[in-house]
Design a protein. Structure first.
Length: 149
């Protein structure tokens, strides 16, 4: 179990995965969290069979008859990277426009790594906690309960 995260009043909590993001603000205090949605973003991600149907390519050696398979592109990874990039841009804009002073990131490990790479230094300086967990499908009261345990 993780240690309790104290989320001060006015802090923003980003709860995100590769296809849905909740940007929440704590209207409560550090003792009694009350997360209110500021923005909800979601993106439809079709099944893999609809994203790409071609077989992986082949590379022929310049000498001899040897062939090698080329790894097929993972379309879900590409879609996740694009979505996280979009959320990152929105989050950076929020830090400028809404006056965020503290930020908590709650994302699955892979998406958290993608977001870390893309956050600029001013937004990164606001991060007070990171939780490597996928909570985006939970209702807000359960997210509050998980973060305050």
């Amino acid at each position: 179990m993780m240690s309790t995260i104290r989320i001060p009043h006015g802090s923003v909590v980003l709860v995100c995965d590769g296809a849905k993001a909740l940007i929440l603000r704590n209207r409560g205090d550090a003792e009694l969290t009350n997360l209110i949605p500021l923005e909800v973003e979601s993106e439809y991600q079709p099944p893999a069979r609809e994203l790409g149907t071609d077989r992986g390519g082949r590379v022929y050696q310049s000498q001899g008859g040897a062939r090698s398979a080329v790894q097929q592109m993972d379309w879900h990874d590409r879609a996740e990277e694009a979505f996280v990039s979009h959320v990152c841009e929105k989050l950076v804009a929020f830090t400028r426009d809404v006056g965020i002073n503290k930020l908590v990131l709650v994302l699955p490990p892979h998406a958290l790594g993608l977001l870390r790479k893309q956050l600029d230094s001013s937004a990164r300086a606001l991060v007070i906690a990171e939780v490597a967990k996928d909570l985006v499908k939970f209702p807000i009261p359960e997210i509050e309960r998980y973060l305050s345990q």
